[in-house]
Design a protein around this ligand. Sequence first.
Ligand code: ADP
Length: 536
Amino acid sequence: MRGLMQDVPLTVDTIFRHVEQHHGDVPIVTNNPGGKVRTTYAEWAQRTRRLGGVLDTLGISADGRVATFAWNSARHLELYFAAPCTGRVLHTLNVRLFPEQLTYIANHAEDEVVFVDRTVLPLLWPLIDTMTTVRHVVVMDDGGDAEIPDDPRVLDYETLLAAAEPVEFSVPDENSAASMCYTSGTTGNPKGVVYSHRSTFLHTLGVIAPNAFGLSVRDVAMPVVPMFHANAWGIAQAAPAAGSALVFPGAMMQPQAIADLIVDEKVTFTAGVPTIWQGVLPHLAGREHSLREIGCGGSAVPKALSEAYREQVGLPILHAWGMTETHPVASSGVLSRAFDDADEDTRATQRARQGIPFIGVEARIVEAGTIDELPWDDVATGELQVRGPWCAQEYYNPDAGAELSTSDGWMKTGDVAALDPFGNIRIADRTKDLIKSGGEWISSVDLENAIMSHPAVAEAAVVGVPHPKWDERPLACVVLKSGETAGEQEILDHIAPLVAKWWLPDAVEFIDEVPKTSVGKFSKKDLRTRFADYEL
Ligand code: ADP
């Protein structure tokens, strides 16, 4: 017997119409260099329909790639919807990528137009002749003072919008592409992930849910995670869909500016990578605020950081896990009732886990290179694999060898994890960051967590360096907080009770800063190169 329900496509224009019809009075604020700009979803919806008209005027093909090179802003949100709602494919370019990677990505995706914030125009313009398919550069004046080139390809966003007619949105096929995003290349060349309308719709619902970010009409949401990084973790669709007000940091990404925005705009929900919250902490500590949740992921959230927020800001960090390939959010670490009576340290340890998968996403761990499942005993570690309606099946025109799916249809994550009996994920490492010592694996994440719990330590990254006997041994790269002192032995003594004896790093290097990737993660690739000839 078949179900007798309507088969309505799950598309982004359905989300758009919901916001337009029901949440028009909800405010959106963008913090531009020239001052805050305030608007509403009603105004945004009108402008988004006109932007659809602009894409027609510019002659963008039916499923042409519409690139953005921009900070988080209300205009970027217009693009987030106008492109997919007219059948085009939004392609967010990461403004912090190396020039060669930007050229590679724009050409690989065959971008036809780039919408660029004036503040970052100087990063894009010198590359424009290398982007062979780009026909137009549309400048969004965010109050920056960069010179605008006198070139027929360069157009002004507001001028185009003022001249355009609003269009109707209707996307018939839920499996058509809505947007694409390239992995930021923490490991290897960027790879293109193509989100469908259906996956976007379902991920939006997943992110709104109470065990995830729990967004509602009561919220003021501020995505600090850039809209060019992994679909802004779904917040740019989820907040409008839930009728939450939106606050965008624009180009004002300095820790002080972010903390002030949280306080002044009464932000209730925000999200970003750990290094952001590390920087914001001293500017937020002790101030009055309206936050109910800080979402964090992209790399492991150190227990010490979450605890510092609990103690100094009044709420711990909500740990989430995901990848560009999973839209990106796939699990979150909300504490179940089993921890209601647990002591704070046990609760904090549990929060440092990556949590349970969202409804619809399933997880398993397997023996490396096989599809043989390992037990959920929190001891066995293996490759984490996931499957679900917002997990990618394959990359967009991948290089040879970039296989994403297993023979039985699960997605390989490249992460090494253990699962507890309830399937709560504990990421031990990325496969490429694991340290192989004498045939056994050492988790760099666990070591970093232990080192970062030392009060004098600001940041720590542990990498494997070549060793004549053991193959590789851990080297701890430590950044001390300003004004603090600690020696190698003190650090090692501190972590000795926290990790297995043979895991203890062979050396501690004190460095000024851990190098970061374009999305603010620790770049262990850079550290490994820097210490490749390290003598242990
Ligand atoms: P890139 O692969 O370029 O770093 P992504 O943002 O897609 O770009 O990174 C996804 C990876 O980030 C995951 O495979 C995982 O290794 C890491 N990651 C994401 N969230 C967490 C988390 N909460 N804890 C540990 N690692 C995480």
